[in-house]
Design a protein around this ligand. Structure first.
Ligand code: ZN
Length: 135
């Protein structure tokens, strides 16, 4: 998904974002919904940035976790990214990933290629140039 399509999708959920931001604002500002008089703009901004980053991490983590689960259920065949051969599936392990908004993680079965003697996560090749970096 390119940046323009992502921006359009973000605009499509504008009403939900406003509603969620309002809920968060009431929670973090102790039931009055706004910061005390004298609070610096930089403090309000810092809280907004950290909440935004946390929302981003949660969104991405849920999306990739659900994608990995759906992929396992549909039984689509993956190949080793190095030799293109078949691989064995192993028990799920924590799959950490560093995103532009911090570290996320989810449980995913590892794959092991007996020919290359390498373990990897089958979903990683689909990340492509998304900016995600395996930890
Ligand atoms: Zn291989």
């Amino acid at each position: 998904m390119g940046k323009e399509l992502a921006a359009r999708k973000a605009r499509e959920v504008g009403a939900e974002i406003r509603q969620f931001a309002e809920q968060l604002r009431w929670k973090v500002y102790h039931g009055q919904g706004y910061p005390d008089w004298g609070t610096f703009f930089s403090e309000i901004e810092e809280l907004g940035v950290q909440i935004g980053d946390a929302v981003c991490r949660e969104f991405v983590q849920q999306a990739v976790r659900e994608q990995a689960q759906a992929d396992q259920q549909c039984g689509q065949e993956h190949r080793c990214p190095t030799c293109n051969g078949p691989f064995d599936s192993r028990e799920p392990e924590a799959h950490p990933l560093l995103t532009r908004r911090g570290e996320i993680g989810w449980q995913e079965p590892q794959a092991y290629c007996p020919k290359c003697r390498k373990a990897f996560f089958p979903s990683v090749q689909e990340f492509g140039d998304s900016g995600g970096r395996q930890l």
